[in-house]
Design a protein around this ligand. Structure first.
Ligand SMILES: Cc1cc2nc3c(=O)[nH]c(=O)nc-3n(C[C@H](O)[C@H](O)[C@H](O)COP(=O)(O)OP(=O)(O)OC[C@H]3O[C@@H](n4cnc5c(N)ncnc54)[C@H](O)[C@@H]3O)c2cc1C
Length: 498
């Protein structure tokens, strides 16, 4: 575009990388970051490999310097009480957030961007001097608030309280520590990022938090951590922490905010990163999404066309990936919210269920990359069928769909179209089945793959709550999804549609 003066509000990964790439392309960039550089906080964040590959394609030097900060992680471990199981997968990296931001600031300044640190800015203030205003001011974006109606912005609070802490723990893998207390289940999502430091992020359900006498957003003044909660969590996680300490840095219970926007630009303003969209932290993709947004937006603005065309091209490129991630994140968030319903599954089955929760990894892939964990999960299925006296009609090792005849009589058909799992609606459906104990059910319904995966989750909810055998009608091309769901204990049988 011909506009040359760019104001960027917000110096997180989205703003800083945009500033770097645009300044390199000859734009006159001023970036405003309200925090003093020494005040930046946060422990480590996950960075998926794709983000650096994409960056390397446009800025090799930046990608190389960021790669130096990254601790590659290929192993996920689940430790529930005293048990432990692991899987290996294609990796992400752990990176210290402060280190990443410092490097991005240097890269932006070296490219010629002016960085006004310790200076808050807002749209009305920077607009007169700028041809383009990039709003990269994070999840609580004031800019998005200002343009709210124009962007069709919506912010939804997701009732899973979480607290972002750190710990000095020498771990080699991403680790999920699961602990049951008298108040309920507390989970720590722990990620090493080098030097024996870990991000130690804990979440739970509101009932457990309140039963423990803890509350959201308690802390000393603006900068303090919630010391009572830190002490409580240090106790809960003492066995895995060992001699390690739980560390706070403005650590308090918060509620995840899901941000969506129908449009990402208005006039000369454009939103990106967390200001435009968020995805639940349990898919660990916020930093990657912010960086990918910056790469695509900078390329679009550096092209020939009008500003409007550049913004459209940015949105056309990024929106499908963002919406796909938000869908996966929604599934992940639901899995964590409903963990207590499957907490006591044999650990290999629980780990398998966790790893396949978003629908992006299936049995086929895991059977190749992690044959032991798949074998262990399936051995539990064989065993439970043997004990129940049931014939093992369907073996996920050789997946196929059963015919209704093979399934036998006694299965009632229940239409399950557009029912969101673990919702009021699904609870009503489950209650109907629960009223007729001993019944077996086939769930049917149309729709795409998303609808089918939802139906598998309704099946899980139903068989967990009622003990009924639950089958789901599955199209021929969804064999791997069906085998995955059976191995994860989401359903008993998959039958041919029709
Ligand atoms: C608990 C938690 C855990 C997370 N874990 C992960 C993880 O493991 N992996 C991962 O990839 N992501 C994680 N994320 C998300 C990740 O931190 C964000 O998605 C990512 O930082 C988004 O980048 P951004 O640049 O859009 O916004 P941010 O990083 O939030 O940056 C926005 C910046 O704008 C500044 N700002 C705000 N208002 C103004 C103003 N008026 N003027 C000037 N400056 C302003 C803020 O100070 C801030 O520095 C986590 C987030 C949370 C809350």
């Amino acid at each position: 575009v011909s506009s040359r003066r760019i104001a960027v509000i917000g110096g997180g990964p989205a703003g800083l990388l945009s500033a770097r790439l645009l300044a390199r392309n000859g734009f006159e960039v001023t970036l405003y970051e309200r925090l003093d550089p020494r005040a930046t906080y946060g422990f480590g964040v996950a960075l998926a490999g794709q983000a650096l590959d994409r960056l390397a394609a446009v800025d090799e030097e930046a990608a190389e310097r960021i790669a130096l900060l990254c601790l590659p992680l290929r192993r996920w471990t689940m430790r529930r009480e005293d048990e432990s199981a692991s899987v290996e997968d294609r990796g992400a990296s752990g990176v210290q957030r402060t280190g990443l931001l410092r490097t991005l600031q240097e890269l932006a300044a070296e490219a010629g961007a002016r960085i006004e640190a310790g200076t808050a800015a807002w749209v009305e203030q920077v607009s007169p001097e700028a041809d383009v205003v990039i709003l990269a001011d994070g999840v609580g974006s004031q800019g998005r608030e200002t343009l709210g109606a124009e962007l069709g912005a919506e912010v939804q609070n997701v009732p899973i309280p979480y607290m972002w802490c750190g710990a000095d723990l020498d771990l080699e893998s991403m680790t999920l520590f699961l602990r049951r207390t008298e108040h309920g289940i507390f989970c720590a999502h722990v990620m090493p990022y080098g030097g024996g430091d870990c991000t130690f992020q804990v979440d739970t359900v509101p009932a457990a938090l309140h039963s423990a006498g803890l509350k959201e957003d308690q802390g000393e003044g603006d900068a303090g951590s919630d010391e009572r909660s830190l002490a409580f969590l240090s106790d809960v996680f003492r066995p895995p922490l060992g001699a390690g300490e739980l560390l706070g840095n403005r650590s308090r219970w918060s509620t995840f905010r899901l941000v969506t926007c129908e449009r990402w630009s208005d006039g000369k303003c454009v939103v990106l990163g967390d200001a435009a969209h968020t995805a639940h932290y349990t898919v660990g993709s916020g930093t990657r999404m912010a960086m990918e947004d910056a790469i695509v937006l900078s390329a679009a603005l550096s092209g020939e066309g009008s500003l409007e065309a550049a913004f459209s091209s940015f949105e056309r490129d990024r929106r499908p990936a963002v919406e796909h991630l938000q869908w996966r994140a929604q599934r992940s968030q639901t899995w964590w919210r409903t963990l207590s319903n499957r907490y006591d599954l044999p650990l290999p089955v629980l780990l398998f269920s966790y790893f396949t929760r978003t629908g992006s990894v299936g049995l086929e892939r895991l059977a190749t990359s992690n044959p032991e964990i798949v074998a262990a999960a399936l051995a539990h299925r064989d065993e439970s069928h043997a004990h129940g006296g049931a014939e093992l009609l369907q073996d996920p090792r050789a997946p196929r769909l059963l015919s209704r005849d093979e399934l036998g009589g006694g299965f009632a058909t229940l239409a399950c179209d557009g029912v969101a799992p673990w919702s009021e609606q699904s609870r009503a459906l489950v209650a109907g089945v629960g009223g007729e104990r001993g019944r077996s059910v086939v769930l049917t319904g149309g729709g795409d793959r998303r609808a089918l995966l939802d139906r598998f989750d309704v099946a899980e909810e139903m068989r967990t709550a009622t003990g009924a055998a639950v089958a789901v009608a599955v199209p021929d091309d969804a064999l791997d999804d069906a085998a995955t769901a059976i191995a994860a204990g989401r359903l008993d049988y998959a039958v041919k549609e029709g």
